[in-house]
Design a protein around this ligand. Structure first.
Ligand code: PLP
Length: 410
């Protein structure tokens, strides 16, 4: 008899997006003529950069010839992409990385979810709250999160609230935690940390022998020079942090699938007997066993975003989304709402008016403005009282949505 991994059974159903879909369906049935603008989605809407399209066509052509055909590639990624990443994403910020410290993957969801494979099941976990749900759910799956308590918290997880009361800056814990997830620019709040604020986390990690898992999936949206793009801009981070990056939002690769993870050689974790083991070695072993590499065609597409044309094309697309963010932020503020984020990130975190719950505000926006957001409480207990809007929509939709919001409030 095969036994299931019962930790999976502890996972509450992922009702957030199905509940949203149900509510939209009900609205459509009762308002058949009314179109709905969806600003809740986290997916991009603009096409791939032309440079990536051309690179993929070329790579496909290579696959047609015996001489240039590629089968299995290196599990860690092709050198041409790793070199482009190091040269363009890190070297200009004064960060030196070795080739074997970068692992190309099929995206940051897989890597942030899988990294737990190389860490013992009884490490303590810390997360900022609200949070990208993968960090918690992947820990639940191996038993590391403990049990779900009545208040919606997991027993082995320390939640670090990020709300308007603390300007969305998580407080450094007063106890030691083994592993801490940080995501900046943040999904869902759209907020960031300055170098000085991030340094406090690196200092905490070094002092407490904590491993930081730093998700920088949205770094390309940073506009403010004070905001670090990589945790390795902070001295000492090479000893205590693993960084995750993604081409999904940087270059519209949500459907193509490519990302990478940086595991510096200095990052170690301990065995029970106190021996220090480099995590780079373990992650390499994990990837070689369970992952067979990102496709050659995809990696050529990713490499192309670092060409001069590619850089310009992704710059334009990011500017398009960030203009959406500005239009939405201004529109919401004119309508009297308090809005966070949207300056260094494609997410706007809207405070619900008059103490409404996230779901009440969701309903109000849907029924009075015909605009769909994502209730903040779906991202964790501290998301209650907020709603997330994304700037990944079409420009006309963002403009029209703001007109509708103003019409029902002003
Ligand atoms: N990390 C964060 C914070 C995200 O919001 C997302 C996607 O929404 C991901 C990672 C996943 O990225 P990828 O498409 O590379 O798997």
């Amino acid at each position: 008899m095969a036994l299931v991994n019962e930790h999976f059974l502890k996972l509450p159903g992922s009702y957030l997006f199905s509940d949203i879909a149900k509510k939209i369906n009900t609205f459509r049935i009762t308002h058949p003529k009314q179109d709905v603008i969806r600003l809740g989605i986290g997916d991009v809407t603009q096409p791939l950069p032309q440079a990536s399209i051309e690179a993929m066509h070329k790579a496909v052509d290579e696959m047609t010839q015996k001489e240039t055909f590629r089968g299995y590639g290196p599990e860690q990624g092709y050198d041409f992409l790793i070199e482009a990443i190091i040269k363009n994403d890190y070297a200009p910020r004064g960060i030196q990385l070795g080739h074997t410290e970068v692992f190309v993957s099929d995206g940051a969801k897989s890597d942030t979810g899988n990294i737990g494979d190389i860490l013992r099941h009884d490490n303590s976990i810390g997360v900022t709250d609200p949070i990208y749900p993968v960090y918690i759910d992947s820990n639940v799956m191996c038993g590391r999160a403990g049990i779900l308590e009545e208040d919606g918290h997991w027993s082995n997880v320390t939640y670090l609230p990020c709300t308007s009361e603390n300007d969305f800056i998580p407080q450094i814990p007063d106890k030691r935690i083994d592993i801490i997830y940080l995501c900046y620019p943040n999904n869902p709040t759209g907020t960031t940390l300055t170098k000085a604020q991030l340094k406090k986390w690196v200092d905490y990690a070094l002092a407490n022998d904590t491993l930081i898992l730093f998700d920088a999936a949205y770094e390309a949206y940073i506009q403010d020079p004070e905001v670090p793009h990589s945790i390795y801009e902070i001295k000492g981070a090479r000893k205590c942090a693993i960084e995750f990056r993604s081409f999904s939002k940087t270059a519209g690769f949500t459907g193509i699938r490519c990302g990478y993870t940086v595991v510096p050689k200095e990052v170690t974790a301990a065995t029970l007997t106190g021996e220090r083991v480099p995590l780079n070695k373990l992650w390499n072993r994990r990837q070689c066993t369970k992952f067979n590499g990102t496709s050659y065609i995809t990696q050529r597409a990713a490499e192309a975003i670092y060409s001069p044309e590619g850089k310009e094309q992704i710059r334009q697309t990011i500017a398009y989304y960030m203009t959406n963010a500005r239009i939405m932020k201004e529109g919401l503020e004119q309508a009297g709402f308090t809005v966070y984020g949207g300056v260094n990130a494609p997410y706007l975190w809207v405070k619900t008016p008059g103490g409404m719950s996230s779901w009440e505000f969701f309903d109000q926006l849907l029924y009075e403005a015909h605009v769909v957001g994502t209730p903040g409480v779906g991202f964790g207990p501290s998301g209650e009282g907020y709603l997330r809007l994304t700037a990944f929509g079409e420009r006309e939709d963002c403009i029209e949505a703001m007109k509708r919001v103003k019409r029902f409030t002003i």
